[in-house]
Design a protein around this ligand. Structure first.
Ligand SMILES: NC(=O)C1=CN([C@@H]2O[C@H](COP(=O)(O)OP(=O)(O)OC[C@H]3O[C@@H](n4cnc5c(N)ncnc54)[C@H](OP(=O)(O)O)[C@@H]3O)[C@@H](O)[C@H]2O)C=CC1
Ligand SMILES: O=C(O)C1=N[C@H](C(=O)O)C[C@H](O)C1
Length: 242
């Protein structure tokens, strides 16, 4: 059993995490939100789980490093500087960062990588996502991780081949690019489709999140798995043994 501290505890994910911690038999060591002292929380926790905001990331990493405990980062909207900060922290502690902690999306990413590996670059790859009206970042962290999986399967860099926010006279689609489209509205927990569009045929690989409990359960499973691991940066695929 572990003492699990949650950053972003009053948010939608924070509430789902507290429910899952209760049902799992672990102890909830406390929560932190804007203005709270994360170091105090880390000092009484065996592991931190962070679903808050990119602006909180460095503070959360510093607190975990100082306490010498692992951290699961589910926060999305992270940029290059955030990823470098995660890499630095992973030299001292075990860190797992992912845009989606669910079993279904982790498996979907695996399938997307395999499909992209086997299909030539004249199969266009487009990723469509829809989320609730409160979501502040686009494309979603999941869409980006699926894009990374597709790029990895193709042996290309996503950064150099990403197309998002098409509008106006865009010109014809450039072969080999990976396109993103983001829809926002209502209370949708998370819908993702990866469309592989070939000549006269199309494959669609999709995932639908029916509620946030799937993310919370995956995050707690990751927290359990990280406990006692040596320093390093880990993935959900490793947690699930895929
Ligand atoms: N990886 C995954 O599987 C998933 C990732 N997410 C991601 O998790 C994050 C949170 O999502 P969600 O719960 O819906 O968002 P909410 O807006 O409902 O909750 C965010 C929480 O974080 C708090 N917060 C904001 N800034 C800070 C800060 N600087 N320090 C500490 N706490 C802070 C907020 O407090 P306040 O209200 O006071 O600002 C709020 O309690 C998002 O980035 C989202 O994309 C969500 C679902 C699944
Ligand atoms: O903000 C959300 O709600 C979600 N965020 C993650 C993302 O950006 O992909 C995961 C999930 O889709 C829900």
């Amino acid at each position: 059993m572990a003492n699990i501290g949650v950053v972003g505890s009053d948010g939608a994910m924070g509430k789902a995490l507290r429910d899952v911690i209760d049902e799992s038999g672990h102890d909830y060591s406390g929560g932190a939100d804007k203005g709270d002292d994360v170091q105090k929380l880390a000092a009484v926790s065996d592991v931190l789980v962070d679903f808050s905001a990119p602006s909180a990331l460095q503070t959360n990493l510093d607190a975990a490093v100082k306490a010498g405990i692992p951290i699961v980062i589910g926060t999305t909207g992270l940029g290059e500087a955030h990823h470098k900060a995660i890499d630095r922290a992973a030299q001292d502690i075990a860190v797992l960062q992912t845009g989606n902690t669910s079993l279904g999306v982790t498996l979907l990413a695996h399938l997307v990588r395999e499909a992209a590996k086997r299909l030539d670059s004249d199969w266009d790859i487009e990723i469509v996502e829809m989320h609730h009206r409160r979501k502040v970042d686009a494309p979603s962290g999941t869409a980006l991780l699926l894009g990374e999986a597709a790029a990895d399967g193709r042996g290309i860099s996503l950064e150099d081949n990403k197309e998002s926010g098409r509008d106006g006279n865009t010109g014809a689609r450039k072969e080999g690019t990976i396109g993103f489209a983001a829809l926002r509205g209502g209370t949708v927990a998370g819908e993702h489709s990866v469309i592989l569009a070939g000549n006269e045929e199309r494959i669609t690989l999709s995932h639908s999140a029916e509620n946030r409990m799937i993310f919370a359960r995956g995050a707690i499973r990751a927290a359990e798995w990280l406990r006692g691991r040596e320093e390093g940066r880990y993935t959900m695929e490793q947690v699930l043994g895929l």
